[in-house]
Design a protein around this ligand. Structure first.
Ligand code: ATP
Ligand code: MG
Length: 403
């Protein structure tokens, strides 16, 4: 009895989380850089919940959590950190296997299961028992005390015991992370964020490649309502949960659209709107020192996304335009938007600046000469582009909001 009490109070004070990271581990010389970024991101993500001490041991992090009563919130946050492959709540165990088997028993009792498996990983070869011996001794204790079956192929419950650096940790549940590269390891990109379904998913995909994303949203206020603006604020806020700080440019496109409508054939309007949007986004990228633009385009999805129109739109910028969804179909994108939690906001009605005064049949195969001729008729567009950037409103979002 006495013994059990010490075990449980000891574990309550010392709950730890073992974090295994994904591609981070593969980065050779840069490994330290990737690990530090991931550590920083973990601290940022938890900063309003708890202070966390992170130790780096044998290719994994050991998080020392002070606020053990906040464990459920902490687990939820860790699930959303890009760069974590998987993690588990781990209990420090005794290096004496006689104590260890009782410690595991005390914890495993809290779960409902029929069959189980003990899986020991011994990186510390100095430890006197082999992993198979540890599996047998701990497993036998559980069979004897709880009358449960061992099932190595399809266990209802797996207890992982990790032995490294003269320490032992055991854990029960492997919680999957988001994988990918920690945000901040691959430089900045500028993402054109409409309030539709695709562009938030495209931005998120770039975050999982380590990019920090700056957002640019174009609106037609006062010609249309500000609904796309408000929806974009909500989306940017949601996406900030993955990168902790976002800068968002809200760019007024109305004056430019007015000039286009006055002098360009209706069938070219959408292409012109887009060319101007790309140019402004590129100016933002230069200002923010970002290395590429990102859009949610996917070949053939809508009239403006034919290969011909993509050519006619992209030729105006010299930075690369990344289109992570280019080969994805709508179903796949919707599924990802749902997982990301952006879908509901994206299907809210909004006034899309690009549907403003569009003809029923826009050009789907724009010829460059015609596009150039049309653009030459727009009065002073260079100045309008500069003005739009100058009149942009910049908003900063942070996650967590407090802390
Ligand atoms: P989305 O769902 O992202 O709006 P979509 O299928 O509706 O995409 P389009 O409206 O043709 O396609 O937009 C293509 C891409 O152009 C968008 O994914 C986005 O990157 C960019 N874009 C379109 N409208 C805007 C806007 N108002 N502000 C910023 N970017 C925009
Ligand atoms: Mg759209």
């Amino acid at each position: 009895m006495n013994n059990q009490k010490t075990i449980s109070s000891a574990s309550e004070n010392t709950i730890k989380i073992l974090v295994h990271y994904s591609e981070v581990g593969l980065k050779g010389k840069n490994r330290g850089f990737f690990e530090n970024k991931l550590k920083q991101n973990i601290k940022l993500a938890l900063r309003d919940i708890t202070h966390v001490n992170i130790r780096n041991e044998y290719g994994r992090f050991i998080l020392n959590i002070e606020a053990t009563d906040k464990l459920p919130q902490i687990v939820e946050r860790l699930k959303k950190i890009i760069g974590i492959a998987h993690f588990n709540v781990a209990y420090p165990g005794s290096t004496d296997v006689e104590n260890l088997k009782d410690q595991v028993l005390e914890r495993i009792k809290e779960f409902q299961f029929d069959s189980f498996k003990i899986q020991t990983r011994r990186s510390d070869k100095q430890y006197p028992l082999t992993s198979v011996e540890v599996n047998r001794i701990v497993g036998a204790r559980i069979v004897e005390a709880l009358n449960k079956k061992v099932d190595l192929k399809n266990p209802g419950m797996t207890c992982t015991i990790e032995i490294f650096n003269k320490q032992i940790y055991f854990s029960f549940e492997k919680i999957p992370g988001l994988r990918g590269l920690p945000v901040g390891t691959s430089g900045k990109v500028v993402s054109l964020l409409s309030s539709g379904i695709d562009s938030p998913v495209a931005a998120y995909r770039m975050m999982t490649r380590g990019c920090r994303v700056i957002f640019v949203h174009f609106h037609s206020f006062p010609f249309t309502e500000k609904s796309s603006y408000y929806n974009t604020q909500i989306l940017a806020k949601k996406l900030t949960a993955y990168q902790y700080k976002s800068v968002v440019y809200f760019v007024p496109l109305a004056r430019i659209q007015e000039a286009i409508i006055l002098s360009v054939h209706p069938k070219f309007r959408i292409i012109m709107y887009r060319r101007m949007m790309y140019r402004i986004a590129e100016l933002v990228a230069r200002k923010e020192n970002a290395k590429a633009l990102v859009t949610g385009e996917s070949v053939g999805q809508v009239a403006s996304q034919t290969l011909e129109n993509i050519i006619a739109i992209s030729e105006v910028v010299s930075l690369p335009v990344l289109r992570p969804l280019i080969g994805s179909d709508k179903e796949e994108i919707i599924e990802q938007a749902q997982n990301l939690g952006t879908f509901q906001t994206s299907i809210e009605p909004y006034d899309d600046c690009c549907s403003y005064l569009l003809p029923k049949s826009p050009e789907t195969k724009a010829k460059l000469e015609q596009v150039h001729a049309a653009e030459a008729r727009i009065d002073n567009w260079e100045e309008l582009v500069q003005n739009a950037l100058r009149e942009s409103e910049i908003e900063i979002f942070r996650f967590p909001e407090q802390g």
